[in-house]
Design a protein. Structure first.
Length: 302
């Protein structure tokens, strides 16, 4: 009877759960650290794009932090990410993908948040088996470093108030595209800082796609990890699990046979929907960030 009840409960969680995997593990002694989690991902074949400690910046800019641990980690599952991007170029919005690691002061548990495979499919706008493979590898990694963690899903997501994938297309020449690429990326980088964004990582993903000697279907493929401290700090007060979305990944690529440069990133509407961010202050900073980010990308195609 007990086994039947557990199966029924698992089915209900799967049916009614939300978009975030949430892991909670005892850590009153602080022995489990983000660095340990980073090393576990590396040992399991992931590339670490960035591991940004945020309590220092929180204290410096806002005068306080409610967290003893708050790290934004971005990781790349090498094999699965390459398979995904080659078959579905817009999958690059998860190259790298976010891993939120946090522990509020007074909380005896350390928490980790990551997107579910279903959520990644929903955001990207297509189905791909690679999302499930990535999810499997993330689970296997976390099992090695936080084996006692309790796993749950976030609450069912709220209806989206906007597009989950913000996508921009700039016409270019099929062969003579280099100057357009240089101009586009220069305008992006120059536009971020005045709008209050921080570039925490840049990945020449074309290099990663070809380092084993295989041919890439792209003329170039770059990704930027971008965050806005005010957004992260404000949202973290009520929804620290949204750290799985930060920093967000901006993809910039051109397929070899295409006369266009594609830019895109997961919109802030994901934070509001998947992480159920619905309080007025947090929504205000999120929507302003969306507006500012879109303006930067729009400026590259005008």
């Amino acid at each position: 009877m007990k086994a039947i009840v557990l199966v029924i409960l698992a089915g209900l969680v799967s049916l009614f759960g939300g978009d975030l995997h949430l892991f909670s593990t005892p850590n009153s002694d602080g022995k489990i650290t983000p660095n340990m989690i980073e090393k576990a991902f590396e040992a399991n074949g992931f590339t670490i794009a960035a591991d940004s400690e945020m309590t220092g910046p929180f204290n410096k800019q806002f005068g306080k932090s409610d967290f003893s641990v708050f790290n934004l980690m971005t990781v790349i599952p090498k094999k699965e990410a390459a398979m995904l991007v080659k078959s579905h170029p817009d999958g690059g919005i998860f190259v790298p993908m976010g891993v939120g690691i946090y522990q509020r002061k007074g909380d005896s548990n350390l928490h980790v948040s990551v997107l579910t495979a279903d959520a990644m499919q929903k955001i990207a706008g297509f189905k791909a088996s690679e999302f499930a493979l990535i999810e499997k590898e993330v689970f296997a990694t976390l099992k090695t470093v936080i084996p006692k963690a309790k796993h749950t899903l976030s609450e069912k997501s709220l209806p989206s108030e906007g597009k989950l994938l913000s996508r921009f297309v700039k016409p270019t020449d099929v062969k003579n595209w280099q100057s357009d690429k240089d101009d586009t990326e220069m305008m992006i980088e120059e536009g971020l800082k005045p709008a209050g964004f921080v570039l925490s990582n840049f990945t020449d993903y074309q290099f990663m796609l070809t380092e084993s000697g295989e041919e890439s279907p792209f003329s170039f493929y770059d990704t930027y990890s971008i965050c806005k401290l005010k957004v992260i700090y404000t949202v973290a007060q009520t929804h620290p699990e949204a750290a799985a979305f930060a920093p967000c990944t901006l993809m910039v690529y051109k397929k070899k046979d295409a006369a266009e440069i594609v830019m895109g990133f997961p919109g802030v509407y994901n934070w509001m929907s998947s992480a159920r961010v619905d309080n007025a202050e947090a929504k205000e900073v999120l929507l302003q960030a969306q507006k500012d980010f879109e303006a930067v990308l729009q400026s590259t195609i005008e």
